[in-house]
Design a protein around this ligand. Structure first.
Ligand code: NCD
Length: 350
């Protein structure tokens, strides 16, 4: 352990690339906090594993085998920010592998209401569980939890299920898994259009980071001028020579797209109702657009949606968001299997 890991403030102010080794053990992820932790080999391995898990779970025999793998482990789901899909898919991913789960979904029901610090509450979990999966409204809080847990007497791995408006690494994982399986020839060489509140949407931020793992990818960022992608992401893309263009005109780029990734306006982050001033009608995918996009272009959304995608679009084969949502369970199960080193048992099963 280097000195910098002893002090949170110091550790927190170092570059993500320098932090990654602290969240890695014996050549595998120990905590999952940043999309930058995934390299191509790991992504490909997790996708193969997710496919194998999906196929294995089809039969009772296979499902029972999976259930036996981590039946000696327990997970804590600490989700103190609204969540439907991420929570349920993680919970079911745990159950697929036999992990028992407990949950806190509201700080009003935990001792935080009695004045216990969130850090102390979190430390308490390590007494009872072997894995913490966490969603928190404050950027950096999940990372701090992992930092605390890694230094605890009984270390426990931490997976982020969304950390403020900063990152949502496992959403990016399921998004790339979906792109990889739905696009002919995978993600390499594809044009991906991300639409909506790119400034505060953690899913598009994490997805952008993952693009470093693919060759010849081109990105279009379509957003209202007030909600453009933040500079840190644009700098990252330039550093990795990933071409991108920003625009507020969806119509001008949709013909070229291999995938269109729609997002909702993240108005929970408004300080003074600023997004009420935004005309969001230009950032919607409507049924009439189906005739304009490529026959092979897929339409994605992390969900939940509001008006970004007309409900009529759901009927089209190119609308993959419901499949994308289900993919979350398989790829999250693959990630947990990786963290607990049971992937070879799954991949090796006849
Ligand atoms: C996203 C999130 O929570 O960031 N939802 C999800 O995890 N599927 C997107 C959103 O809330 O808009």
């Amino acid at each position: 352990m280097t000195d910098v890991t002893r002090n949170w403030e110091e550790f927190n102010s170092t570059e993500v690339s320098a932090k990654i080794p602290f969240f890695t053990k014996d050549g595998r992820l120990y905590d999952c906090l940043f999309a930058q932790q995934f390299d191509r080999a790991l992504l490909d391995r997790l996708f193969t594993l997710a496919n194998k898990l999906r196929a294995t779970a089809q039969t009772k025999e296979g499902a029972d085998f999976l259930l036996s793998l981590l039946s000696h482990k327990r997970a804590m789901l600490y989700f103190v920010q609204p969540s439907t899909r991420t929570f349920l898919s993680f919970q079911n991913a745990c159950h697929l592998l036999g992990l028992k789960t407990s949950e806190i979904r509201d700080t009003n029901t935990s001792s935080e209401i009695k004045g216990e610090s969130p850090e102390d509450s979190v430390r308490t979990f390590s007494s009872y569980v072997d894995l913490i999966i966490m969603r928190h409204p404050v950027p950096g809080f999940v990372e701090k939890t992992a930092w605390v847990m890694n230094r605890a007497k009984r270390p426990v791995p931490v997976i982020s299920g969304g950390s403020g408006k900063d990152q949502h690494p496992t959403q990016a994982l399921l998004d790339v898994y979906t792109l990889d399986s739905q696009l002919e020839g995978g993600v390499d060489g594809k044009t991906i259009v991300m639409v909506g509140d790119l400034k505060r949407g953690r899913t598009v931020r994490s997805l952008s980071y993952l693009m470093k793992n693919y060759k010849r990818v081109k990105l279009y960022f379509v957003s209202p001028p007030q909600l453009r992608m933040e500079k840190d992401i644009l700098t990252f893309l330039s550093k990795h020579t990933i071409p991108y263009r920003e625009t507020d005109d969806l119509g001008s780029v949709m013909r070229e797209a291999d995938a269109i990734y729609m997002t909702r306006i993240q108005d929970e982050h408004d300080v003074a109702g600023e997004s009420r001033k935004v005309d969001y009608s230009k950032f919607q995918f409507r049924a009439e657009h189906l005739a304009v996009i490529k026959k092979t272009c897929i339409i994605m959304h992390p969900l939940p949606r509001r008006e970004e995608i007309e409900v009529e679009v759901d009927e089209d084969d190119r609308a993959v968001y419901w499949r994308q949502e289900r993919n979350g369970m398989w790829v999250r199960a693959a990630l947990i299997a990786h963290l607990f080193s049971v992937e070879d048992e799954i991949l090796g099963r006849k």
